[in-house]
Design a protein around this ligand. Sequence first.
Ligand code: ATP
Ligand code: MG
Length: 466
Amino acid sequence: MEPTSILIVDDNESQRQVIAFWLSEEHHEVSTASSVDAAIEMLAEKEFDLILTDVKMPGSSGMELLTWSKEHTPEIPALMMTAFGSVSDAVAAMKMGAFDYILKPITEDALKLIVNKALEHTRLVSENRTLRAYAERSSRFTNLIGHSKKMKELFELAAQVAPRDSTVLILGESGTGKELLAKAIHLNSGRSTASFVVVNCGAIPETLIESELFGHKKGSFTGAQADRIGKFEAANHGTVFLDEIGELSPALQVRLLRVVQEREIQKIGQTDPLKIDVRLIAATNRDLNTMLEDRSFREDLYYRLSVIQLRIPPLRDRRDDIPLLAEHFVAQFCKRYRLPRRLTPSAVDVLTEYNWPGNVRELENVIESAVVLSKSEQITPGFFPENVRQEHVRVSQIHLQIPDDGISLDGVERELILKALEKCQWNQTRAARFLNITRKTLLYRIEKFGLCQPSHLKHEELTEEG
Ligand SMILES: Nc1ncnc2c1ncn2[C@@H]1O[C@H](COP(=O)(O)OP(=O)(O)OP(=O)(O)O)[C@@H](O)[C@H]1O
Ligand SMILES: [Mg+2]
């Protein structure tokens, strides 16, 4: 068994020494701390498998250590040592998430028993976690990085639809990873050994697109010097990815509708239609609803393509993915350029604050150039383009005077939201944009803090869009 490290926290020196002696006899690696502050310092620096703490200590109590540990190191079980007769402490500790308690005076056998029980529990939990991580990795969505709630939900949905043959419509701003997701769906389907063929509907000239998609027979028009296989035929038994379908001309929308409906194509110069077996995945960064309204996109085609819709959120709406993606790209480009590089914490902060209108692709480009341009191993914010740094500079230019005795974060947030609302005359849409949050988030905060619009502003429209 691997040696386990245990932290013993007790203000009583002889008690500390006895417990340390008993546990080191069992080949545990033992560290000791005489106060909660010292313990927190050690926990922040080193990894432990178990905390064994006295409850009553001068200064901060074991309960405070428990609270801190539940927040910062929730995976480490805490065992509380309480004096006989103060069972209420023990009960309170259990409610707060302590693993167990042991009554003083402590005997060697009782201690060893309870410590082993706690360690066995940690071992099982960590084994479970490894198994789960392995199961997640072995699904073939590994190329898609993201641990935000929104992305996890998306991956789950994608994994569910991948093995079915249903048509999928992927929506999302430019650079959010639509093509990457489409490829992952293909790789997780029964068609993974056949081709994944990309058709960029916006890039092919109108005059060529028919032959490009459906192919032609030799001599069917001037310049057709040989038979040509179209993209749909090339993708037979595989997947066709119709990228940027918002760019399709009305004439091609009709042609495509037929293919989607009948699953057959008409080669130019050939009278008999050809049956094909393909799965369709379409994508666009355009707002198809508006296109439906102004009739620039056919409703019948839309409904056939959007059997299942997957929407990839923009990067600014899932900021907790930014550090993870940034590290991923640093590793990728370090390998490609054979350069040792890493991001400084302030560089990660700057990246997290920026708005990323070009989404993941823009982040990827920013990291690539920083990896190449940085002269030392450390990538500092100085190697990012000016527009990326700007937001951070703006935030750090707000001079916050923090009182010496501390301040409540909730209070600051409430004040900031109130100031923004006042600045925007309580127009919520504008205030949300001003704070760079969604209107839903703003409404939630208004309700949470019980903010009320002053009556003299009430005649104004609350939102711009109504
Ligand atoms: N979740 C992700 N994890 C890792 N890389 C990603 C992720 N999302 C996007 N990328 C990378 O970002 C770049 C852009 O992705 P992709 O081409 O799939 O975006 P897109 O939505 O199709 O963009 P566009 O609308 O401009 O065509 C690619 O290099 C892709 O590998
Ligand atoms: Mg794309």
